[in-house]
Design a protein around this ligand. Structure first.
Ligand code: ZN
Length: 237
């Protein structure tokens, strides 16, 4: 064995550790002070965390009142322009940075578990993305988040729970109800899943109108199945 072999090994091990203990802030890519932290100090202070995962009857849950019977609902951050959450959401959606979703999903999962939010939840299900968007992006960011939440909470994730059947029309000129129907027509529940007395956690990246989340919940038989929802961010709704 010679010295260069050892150095190569050390580099390889460092490289592996770097995968598990990211040293760069997910929002600005500056160094983070502590290995394993997701944000640098500047970004950490500029983010608006919600306390929704520890609070019932919060504004997330209020958003769905009278629309669907929701067990629990929570976002991790408030979406605010010109704060790090804007660059995070942009990275997730347009910059093909799936790893940002994995890191934040893992953080969110830890928080949800710690606060008892996951109690009783039997399955984690990401909302589906249209074919067009998934093809353009290469991945479904809701699924990236859902898988990471699954790993950090130990609750199984089913990425193929919803199957797309049609492409959705553009949503921009539609009312809220039209949006829900439009999304609901675009997919079905995978027949290989039989739900009974399950409690499903639906996952999306951001809550704005909530049309996709609402359409997904309405596909479930809510007499037999409970539904909760989480998103990474909540917009002004
Ligand atoms: Zn930062």
């Amino acid at each position: 064995m010679n010295m260069s072999m050892n150095l190569t090994n050390i580099k390889a091990i460092r490289g592996l550790l770097h995968l598990f203990y990211p040293k760069l802030c997910v929002a600005c890519e500056d160094e983070v002070p502590v290995e394993g932290e997701v944000f640098c100090l500047m970004c950490q202070q500029a983010l608006y965390y919600t306390d929704q995962s520890s609070k019932r009857n919060n504004e997330f849950e209020a958003h769905f009142l009278g629309r669907i019977p929701l067990e629990r609902g929570a976002a991790m951050f408030y979406y605010r322009k010109d704060t790090p959450i804007q660059s995070i959401m942009h990275a997730l959606k347009y910059a093909k940075k799936a790893d940002v979703g994995s890191k934040l999903g893992a953080e969110f999962g830890k928080r949800l578990k710690r606060e008892g939010f996951m109690n009783g939840i039997t399955a984690i299900v990401p909302v589906p993305l249209t074919w067009r968007k998934q093809k353009a992006r290469g991945y479904n960011q809701a699924e990236i988040l859902a898988k990471a939440i699954s790993i950090s909470t130990g609750v199984p994730c089913f990425g193929d729970f919803f199957i797309k059947t049609h492409e959705t029309e553009s949503q921009t000129s539609k009312s809220r109800q039209e949006r829900v129907e439009n999304v609901a027509q675009a997919f079905e529940i995978n027949e290989s899943y039989k739900l009974e007395e399950d409690h499903i956690l639906l996952v999306d990246d951001v809550l704005t109108t909530g049309a996709t989340l609402e359409a997904c919940a309405k596909k479930l038989n809510l007499d037999n199945v409970k539904v909760s929802m989480v998103t990474l961010a909540i917009g002004r709704i």
